[in-house]
Write a protein that binds this ligand. Sequence first.
Ligand code: NAI
Length: 419
Amino acid sequence: MTAISFNGIPVPADGEVVKVANGKATTPNKPVVAYINGDGIGPEISVATRRVIDAAVTRAYGDTRQIKWYEIVAGEEGTRRFNDLLPADTLAAIRHFNVAIKGPLSTPTGGDQRSINVGLRQKLDLNQCIRPFRHFTGVPTDVKRPEKVNIVLFRENVEDVYAGIEFKMGSEGAKKLRACLAELGVTIREDTGIGIKIMSKYNTERIIRAAIQYALDNKLPSVTIVHKGNIQKYTEGAFCEWGYELAAAEFGDKTITEKALKANNWVMPEGKVLVIKDCIADAMLAEVVSRPERHPVVVTMNLNGDYLSDLIAACVGGLGIAPGANIGDDYAIFEATHGTAADIAGQNLANPCSLLLSAVQMLEFFGWTEASKAVVAAIETTIAGNTMTGDMAKLVPGSTKVSTSAFADALIANLPAKV
Ligand code: NAI
């Protein structure tokens, strides 16, 4: 690799670029992974994550494989060093190395500052947000049967109301839009802020295709399309319709709709392996709590996906343990799903599991499954042995409360000897 740098930081001399095409990785033995520590608790959980991942990779592959970590900056660190929340070089580095992992970044509420997290997803066209949720024995939750929750959520990531098409009350844009709507026979009050919800067939098809392919690859029995199509016909409703059409057109030999299956007395026809069904968004919230086992793979639009993620995460023990991957055709960013937790920042108290399990998704994306399984096994052993960070320990009588760094030590000690 030629000597280059981003933000003045030289890239690792002996690292190689992970190639990403059509959302799939081709991974060399010494891949460079760009990392953003993040704000608040970000640096603490990032250090813990890198330590555990390095130990698992060494345990699985000896010195034949190694991640070459490369720091890029954004958020408060970006402002401090470059007076820029998202320096151009940070984006250039992700575009160069194709894969990044990030801690949480803070977004001020109100004002004009848009979320860097949302900005990154849009600039890099990371259209899929993939969040696998499962319960680890020993993690405290208020749900009676958390072990029934085993859901992989595919959330469309760049459209819907998140596309950022918004006009402030009284702005030129709002005035023009009101006039335009008036021409279409729609009257809205003058003191109105306007946001536009969009859903394209192109991006619907990309996320539905990814969800179906995932279910087929992992031999899961069904995909549930979640939508609010009874009310918003041409966005949410179209998402559902286009989803069914794509399933029939591209996966028709393997899939069957739930309606057709019912008409066939619930007998799966020869050759069919996957049921495609849909559920209205509000009903889905109840399903998550009462019958989660019916929905191993869920695919939905951006805002529904946002609400659903927090609910499903709560069922398995909160955001501290739920990971996330943002994957597009050309790039992938893995990230903690919780925020910056300013109340406990800098105190070595944070739970690193969300970021660590996001790194596990990254290892799976690389095809390094021996290492990913080792980390999951270490988390299972450690938590089942009642060693946990304070957020969980305070809810588990008799548990041993440890710091972020001591929890990482325990995970490393609990990596299975043979993977
Ligand atoms: P938060 O997730 O930072 O905190 C909510 C509560 O959960 C706090 O009591 C916190 O201490 C606790 N908590 C969160 N993560 C934890 C962990 N790993 N270990 C132990 N306890 C943990 O949510 P909040 O307060 O709504 O957001 C704070 C900031 O984070 C905001 O600026 C928000 O925009 C940003 N944020 C960034 C995200 C990202 O970068 N992807 C996602 C969500 C929020």
